[in-house]
Design a protein around this ligand. Structure first.
Ligand code: ZN
Length: 323
């Protein structure tokens, strides 16, 4: 089985990959825990779902938890097939060393209840490519997991990943730390403007951060949506954010590297004083000095010629040592 590594877009590789369609990915998988009330409760609390269907003696598990009962956790499952390992190794050898989960689809045949013990098998349903995306060129690998309880089918979980060769901009990996010294060959993706958010971007063009307000129940909402998620009304106007907020949460991006961005950098979830939250960059503070609760102030920054200005938030370090 030792063929020379193929380039990520060679026809030979595509044929080799297609031969994996229909082969098993997981054989004889068994859920690590039975369907159980504590995990259901944690899930419902995390999602804010207070449906009575999920509590009490007749409780069922939320249908969308289907995949939860099959997950291997940090220690993984020993049931992954040799064929699937071979498929991933073939992609790695072709330079498709990065992976991103793109989407999943589920079908439910009957509700799961506390005490149910799930078993599952998974098959490689399709390997499609090469496709070139903003992340790089690679292959979409779709697996279909069939979940059973006592031999009876209860649902299907399709999971799609993109295994790709990262298209990193030359020189972007070790760019200088100073925000002005970067020479990134790639350009940032432009914001996607559609009929639901056009008013927001119109506001940004006037250096205003506009929040939608429901005319029926007065609830504020962000990001922009066609209707109110509190009362369902489609009537709204806007209020302008005053620009003050705090860091509600944040992550520091290290991987995967996206063209035109220069990791590591902090991505903040900013809570505006009006009460809604927005995801944006925190500037003026080193990425490793961003903290939850840090006060921030709205600014508009144009990162590249020909791109719109973007709302970002300047952090305020205690002692004022930000730069
Ligand atoms: Zn409303």
């Amino acid at each position: 089985m030792s063929q020379p590594p193929s380039h990520s877009s060679s026809p030979q590789l595509a044929a080799q990959l297609a031969a994996f369609e229909g082969r098993p990915a997981v054989v004889g998988g068994v859920g690590k825990d039975p369907v159980n009330e504590p995990m259901i409760r944690h899930w419902c609390e995390a999602l804010g779902d207070s449906s009575p269907a999920y509590v009490g003696p007749d409780a069922v598990a939320p249908a969308t938890m289907l995949q939860v009962w099959t997950m291997g956790g940090l220690s993984g499952h020993s049931s992954r097939s040799e064929a699937y390992e071979e498929l991933l190794a073939l992609l790695d050898d072709a330079g498709c060393t990065s992976v991103v989960a793109t989407d999943c689809e589920q079908e439910y045949l009957r509700p799961l209840r506390p005490g149910d013990r799930v078993a599952f098998d998974s098959v490689v349903e399709s390997v499609v490519g090469p496709k070139t995306t903003k992340l790089g060129t690679g292959y979409f690998v779709t697996t279909r997991m069939d979940v059973r309880v006592d031999g009876e089918p209860v649902g299907t979980h399709r999971f799609r990943i993109l295994k790709y060769a990262p298209s990193r901009a030359p020189g972007a990996s070790r760019a200088p730390e100073t925000p002005t010294g970067r020479e990134l060959a790639a350009t940032r993706p432009r914001p996607v403007v559609n009929r639901d958010n056009a008013g927001f971007w119109d506001g940004v063009g006037r250096r205003q951060l506009l929040i939608q307000r429901c005319l029926e129940c007065r609830a504020l909402r962000f990001p922009w949506l066609p209707g109110c998620n509190a009362c369902g009304s489609g009537d709204w106007d806007t209020v302008e954010a005053c620009g003050d907020g705090t860091v509600f949460s944040y992550v520091v991006m290290h991987h995967p590297p996206f063209p035109a961005f220069d990791p590591p950098y902090a991505v903040g979830l900013i809570e505006l004083v009006e009460g809604v939250r927005i995801i944006s960059n925190v500037i003026g503070v080193p990425y490793d000095k961003v903290r939850i609760g840090m006060p921030v102030r709205l600014e508009f920054v144009r990162y590249e010629d020909g791109q719109p200005e973007l709302p970002v938030f300047r952090g305020d370090l205690p002692g004022g040592v930000g730069g």
